[in-house]
Design a binder for this molecule. Structure first.
Ligand code: NCD
Length: 306
């Protein structure tokens, strides 16, 4: 299986066999994440973030440092030359001179694909508008597999903003490669993007509902997401759906004991803090998994992990 020099613009870039390979490599990174390594010594990752980020950017940076590599980049558009009117293609053709690989987050859909076309070095999509967030989907799959020792056969419920949330688009494509029953829970106006639905419906069982209460008792995995306030063209529309779903101890009363609750984070009010101390809450373990999955990806794309 060949990963060296590839781009990751969409989760659809990968077959199920390739995803399994990446998840296995991520597992082998667990001890290296704990004690460090120098397999990427001399390599530089450019983190170019045109949108806010805490986990994605810091986990890419941490992954690179734990493998002995270095980071450069910017997280604040105000301090970069885009502020002077530079376009993305020129930014990429500049940055590729300074680094061996690029992680790009951008508010526009298609940004990662465009960057990958211009760059001579690998480009990883760290979030492209409301479109996709492929490395998060790999983190999500890794977490499910780690918690439940399998992905096939599970009932997965995805809750929240399925229209503007990019993580759920990548996750839905990824889950369609497995034998899962997927329930999509959202307000009517935030239903899963049609193009994603069309792509996955022929492969797996998909149910759309607005009823979270009826969904929770059936679920093995509950993937909760934030309503993406900043992506609403009309804030009056946001006001109508704000706070639609809130997971608290009461809503989990009939949940399975071994339910796995995930969230890509940041959380606003969709999971109440009282849930954090339940055994089902796994979203902070999911954060740790973000490091080992990104270590595996960096190692594979840079040819240091085979
Ligand atoms: C998400 C994102 O940026 O898409 N966060 C993440 O990368 N883990 C989710 C969100 O912003 O709600």
């Amino acid at each position: 299986m060949e990963f060296q020099d590839r781009d990751i613009t969409s989760i659809e870039d990968f077959t199920r066999q390739e995803i399994a390979y990446i998840l296995n490599k991520a597992k082998t990174m667990e001890p290296l994440a704990a004690k460090g390594s120098d397999i990427l010594k001399g390599k530089i990752l450019a983190n170019i973030f045109f949108e806010p980020s805490t986990r994605t950017r810091l986990s890419f940076e941490s992954a690179m440092l734990k493998l002995g590599g270095n980071n450069i980049g910017f997280a604040d558009v105000e301090s970069a030359s885009v502020k002077k009117g530079e376009n993305l293609a020129d930014t990429i053709r500049t940055v590729e001179n300074y680094a061996d690989i690029i992680a790009l987050r951008h508010p526009l859909e298609g940004a990662a694909k465009l960057a990958a076309e211009f760059a001579k070095i690998p480009v990883i999509n760290a979030g492209s508008g409301a479109e996709e967030h492929p490395t998060q989907a790999l983190v999500d799959l890794y977490t499910i597999q780690k918690e439940r020792q399998k992905i096939d056969g599970l009932k997965v419920a995805v809750v929240g903003d399925l229209r503007y949330g990019r993580t759920v688009h990548s996750l839905a494509y990824a889950l369609s490669l497995y034998d899962v029953e997927l329930t999509l829970v959202s307000p009517e106006t935030l239903r899963m993007r049609r193009e994603v639905l069309r792509a996955i419906q022929s492969k797996i069982s998909v149910t759309e509902t607005q009823n979270l209460e009826k969904t929770i008792p059936q679920a093995d995995v509950l993937y909760v997401t934030r309503i993406q306030k900043e992506r609403f063209p009309d804030q009056a529309e946001y006001a109508k759906v704000k706070g639609t779903y809130r997971i608290d101890l009461k809503s989990l009363a009939n949940a399975k004991k071994d339910l796995v609750i995930l969230h890509p984070l940041p959380r606003v009010d969709e999971i109440s803090a009282e849930v954090d101390s339940t055994p089902q809450a796994r979203y902070f373990q999911q954060v740790w998994n973000g490091i080992v999955v990104r270590m595996a990806l960096l190692g594979l794309l840079l040819g240091a992990v085979k």
